[in-house]
Design a protein around this ligand. Sequence first.
Ligand code: GLN
Length: 529
Amino acid sequence: MKHKFIFITGGVMSGLGKGVITASIAKLLQLSNQNVSCIKIDPYLNYDAGTMNPITHGEVFVTKDGGECDMDIGNYERFLNKDMSRSHNITTAQIYSHVIESERQGKYLGACVQIIPHITDEIKNRIKKISNDEKLDVTVVECGGTVGDIESLPFLESLRQIKAEFGNTWVLFIHVTLIPSLDVVNEQKTKPTQHSVQELRKIGIQPDMIIGRCEKPLLEKTKKKIALFTNVNVDDVISCHDVKSIFSIPKILSKQGVTKSIFQKFNKINIYNNTKWNKWNSIVRSLQESNKTIKIAMIGKYVSLSDSYVSVVHALKHSGASLQKAISIDLIDSENVNLNKLSSFDGILIPGGFGIRGSKGIIETAKYAYKKNIPYLGICFGFQLAIVAFGLHCCKLEDANSTEICTATKNPVVDLLPEQNDVSKVGGSLRLGSNTITIKKNTSTYEIYKMNEIIKRHRHRYEFNKNYLDIYEKNGLVFSGESDNGRRIEVIEDPTNKFFVGVQFHPEFDSRPGFPENIISAFIRAAIL
Ligand code: GLN
C-alpha cells in the first residue's frame, strides 16, 4: 500500500531546530485529521544515542519500548502527544549491522553486497514498514546532519529513490536552511541557501519547499531571491524566525500557507479541524501566560548545554502552565554548588546522571534541601543520591554511598541491579523502558497519582539496596512505590518535609504540553506554597 511521505533535509549547518520544524509540520497535518508520525535518521555510527555525551548531543530520550534515542524523538512525542517506538530512530550502525548480519546468514547468497541497493533497500524498507504498520496517512522523516556530509549520502539516496518510485503527489522534500543576517548591513543573506540547494540537486533532490531559519521574519525580497535561485515557488519559501516558544511554530508555518501547500501538492483535501486547532492554541497560550514565576534550581553535571535536560525543562514548564505559573530554571553545575544560594529557590530538582564527578555536590544539595525543607524532587540519580543523603544524615550510616560512586563503601545503600553483575557491554544494557510500578495506599504518592499502578520509563543500572529498608523506615522514610513484585524500590517520600520525593523512574518522558506529569506537578505545587 502507498502512503504519503515528507522528507526533511538540512542545509548550511546543524543545530537549526530541524527536529522542532519536523514535529511542527507533523503537527499541522495532525491538526488536519491526518494520522501522522515522525522518523529521525541519525547518520552516525553509534548504534543508538545511549553512549553519547549529552553535552555534545543533548539528552538521551527513552522510548516506552526501551530505545535510547535522539532527543528529537522527545520533540515528536511532545508535539504530537503520541508515544513512538525505538524503530523511529534509524542510525547508520543499525542499518549496516543488519545488512552485514544478513550477509553472514547467506541472505544475499551469490550477490556482491553493496551500498546501493542493499544498504539503501534496508533504509527504504524500515521507513516504509513504519508507515505501513502504523497505517500512517503521512510519515515525516527527518534526515539528521547537513546536506553535503559524506555519512548522510546513503540516506538521502534512499529518500530520493522513494520519491522516484512513488511520484510527486506522494513524496515531498522540505529543505531547512539558515538565512543569516549580517549586523553591519542588516541584510538577509541567501548565498548559503543557494549553495546547499545546489548540493541537494547534485544528488538528484529538488526541494518542494524551503524553510529558512532566521532571526527576524524573512523579507519578501529575500523569499523572492531564494525562489529564483532554487526553483522553488516563492509561496513555498517559508520564514521560521526566532520565537519565544517552540510550540508557536506550527501556527507560524500555517499562517504562511504551509498546510494548504502540502495538501495541494499531495492532491488531498485539507480537513481542517477547528476543535483540534482551538485545543492546541489554548495549550500554546497557557505555556506563555502566567502570573508568577517559580524559581527552580536544577543541579547536574551536564549543565553547559541546556538540551542535556530538555525533557525535564519542558516537563517543568508543562506543569507550571497547568498551574498558571511561569517556571524559571537555573542550571547549576554540581561540581560548584553554593549551598547558601539554594535557599533563594522555590524548589530543587536533581535530574538523571552518571558517575563520580559532581556527585558530592548533589549529595550535599539533597541533604541541604531536606534540612531546610525546600521542595526536592530527585529523578533516577537524584533519587539514588537522596537515599545516600538520607542514609548519612538521618540514619547515621557511616560512609553511606552508591557503589557507582564508591565501590568500597561500608554502607552500599545504592547498589548495582543484581542482573547487571555479569553485564560487560555498556551500550543498551541498562534497565530500559517502561515498567509497571505499584503505589502504596495512604502515601502522598498515592494521593498524587490516585492509582494503584502506574507505568513509567526507566534508564538505570543501580537501585536502592533493600537490605537497608528497615533502618530507613525506622528513620521515617516511606517507600511508596515498588516494581517487579516488590523487588525494586521506585519511589521514596519523607512525610515530615513539605516535599522530599525521589523517583527511580523518569517522569519527564511522559509529560506533554497540556498533559503534565503528576509527580512533577506535585513538586511545582509544593514549590508554589
Ligand atoms: N547512574 C545511575 C544508574 O545507572 C542513574 C542513572 C540515571 O540517572 N539515568 O543507575
